[in-house]
Design a protein around this ligand. Sequence first.
Ligand SMILES: *Cc1c(COP(=O)(O)O)cnc(C)c1O
Length: 217
Amino acid sequence: MPLDEIKARVAAACAAADRPADDVTLIAVSKVQPLDRVRAVLDQGHRVFGENKVQEAAGKWPAFRETYDGIALHLIGPLQTNKARQAMDLAQAIHTVDRPKLATTLARLAQDMGHCPDLFIQVNTGEEPQKAGVLPSQADDFVAQVRALDLPLAGLMCIPPVDEEPTLHFALLAKIAARNGLTGLSMGMSGDFERAIAQGATHIRVGSAIFGERDYG
Ligand SMILES: *Cc1c(COP(=O)(O)O)cnc(C)c1O
C-alpha cells in the first residue's frame, strides 16, 4: 500500500479520535525488506524507520544516512546488553527496555557516551511466556527504577497477543502509562494501528502495510 494511503488512514484515525494528526509518529518498519523498497519510501520523504535487530540496522542505515538527512531510527526488537552500545549509537529511540539489567547497562552507557535515545518500556500485556516485556503488575515498579536511573523515559510499548482483540491491550497500556504520568504509547501495527490510535497511540509501528509482505526465505 502506498505510503500516502497509510498516512491518510493515520490522519483519518486521528480525526475520528479527536486528536491532531501530528500526535502520531508513523514508524515505517523496514526489517527484512529489500533495500530498494526502503529507498522508495525514503525518496517519498519519509524519515522515521523501525528495525528489530541491531545487526541488521547497522548493516543498512549508516549508508542510507550518507544519502538522506534527518533519518530517525527506532529499535523495536529485543536488545541484548552486549549490543546496547551499538544500539545507542544507531538509534534515536529504543522501544524494548524490559529488564533491570538492560536499564542499568543503558544508564552506565548514557553516562559514558553523553547521550541516550528516547526509551520505551515494553509491557507484556498478554502475559505471554514467550514474549518479552515486564508484566503489567510489575510495570509501575520498573517505571520507577528506570526513572531513578535518570534515563529519558518516553513511554510504554506493547505487542498484543496475535489471537486477541488488541483494543483491550492498548487500553491497558494506556492506563498504565496514564497512572505513571507517561505520554508516549508505542502500539499498533499494520493490522490494528487505527484501533491503537483510538486508544491513544503516539507511535505506531507499521511494516507490511507500507512495504508489502516480508520475505524471510
Ligand atoms: C515487525 C514488527 C512490526 C511491524 O509489523 P507489521 O505487521 O508488518 O506492521 C511492529 N512491531 C514490532 C515489534 C515488530 O517486530
